[in-house]
Design a protein around this ligand. Structure first.
Ligand SMILES: Nc1ncnc2c1ncn2[C@@H]1O[C@H](COP(=O)(O)OP(=O)(O)OP(=O)(O)O)[C@@H](O)[C@H]1O
Length: 249
């Protein structure tokens, strides 16, 4: 899937449109059903914090939740609003605003070389070549990939691929970024590196993860269980609740 290619302006920090009250991501009475299988129900949330984590058991509905936030999945019931934009009716604008980083970077890498891969979304958007080159160089430099610009993207290490996937989203300057298990496939060194990168982003981020260390310094953590929100609070409180939930199984 190549949805990240649609992430674009406005840059982080830009006036995102709508009224202040409409800022953030709002879920109103959201539920989701795949075929006959209900996977999320009764979600009423207003997500405004800079760093939000989402944890829960396998199959609890976290990826589905993440995908609702940029319109990759549409709610079966209720509404998801991003800065006042409805994911059902204004999906293109929503995807410009909300970048999405998949768990497996191979799902996002579509061009032969590192630089071409990062440039693709900008090219699609009609960004002029000189600006394109400048933005690509800047983002590759920031993530330690400048020396790999002309290398085959698929030959990068797992950690470098994840950074490339993040670079490909960031170059589009979305105001918000959703990460679906960004460190699951990485070793400890690369997991820490990606955690640091996420921690330093100016964007609002929502991170689905099983890596509880990643949640350090987050503003808010949601615990999802069997498709329902069962805890919502500061990381220490939410993680404690999650551990207890799992210990009782
Ligand atoms: N496209 C789909 N079609 C049908 N069922 C699906 C689809 N995607 C997910 N599901 C089901 O929905 C439920 C929730 O899946 P989801 O991937 O959202 O969970 P998760 O919490 O992210 O799991 P994990 O931690 O294992 O990645 C699971 O039972 C899964 O089998």
């Amino acid at each position: 899937m190549r949805f990240r290619r649609e992430a674009a302006s406005p840059a982080a920090g830009d006036a995102a449109g709508g009224t202040d009250a409409a800022r953030g991501i709002e879920l109103r009475g959201v539920g989701h059903v795949y075929g006959e299988r209900p996977v999320l129900a009764d979600l009423d949330l207003h997500l405004t914090e800079n760093r939000i984590g989402v944890v829960g058991a396998n199959g609890s509905g976290k990826s589905t939740f993440a995908r609702l936030l940029n319109g990759l999945v549409l709610p079966t019931t209720g509404q998801v609003l991003v800065d006042g934009l409805d994911t059902r009716r204004q999906v293109r604008e929503v995807r410009r605003r909300v970048g999405f980083v998949f768990q497996d970077p191979d799902a996002q890498i579509v061009h032969p070389t590192v630089a071409e891969d990062v440039a693709f979304g900008l090219e699609n958007q009609g960004v002029p070549p000189a600006e394109r080159a400048e933005r690509v160089a800047e983002v590759l430099d920031r993530y330690g990939l400048a020396g790999h610009a002309d290398h085959p993207a698929h030959l990068l290490s797992g950690g470098q691929k994840q950074l490339l996937a993040i670079a490909g989203v960031l170059v589009m300057r979305p105001a918000r970024i959703v990460f679906d298990e960004p460190t699951t496939l990485l070793d400890l060194v690369n997991a820490r590196r990606v955690a640091r990168v996420i921690g330093e982003l100016p964007q609002h981020v929502v991170v689905v993860t099983h890596d509880l260390d990643l949640l350090e310094g987050f503003d808010r953590v949601l615990v999802i269980d069997e498709g329902r929100l069962v805890e919502d609070g500061a990381p220490e409180v939410a993680v404690r609740a999650y551990r207890k939930l799992m210990a009782d199984r």
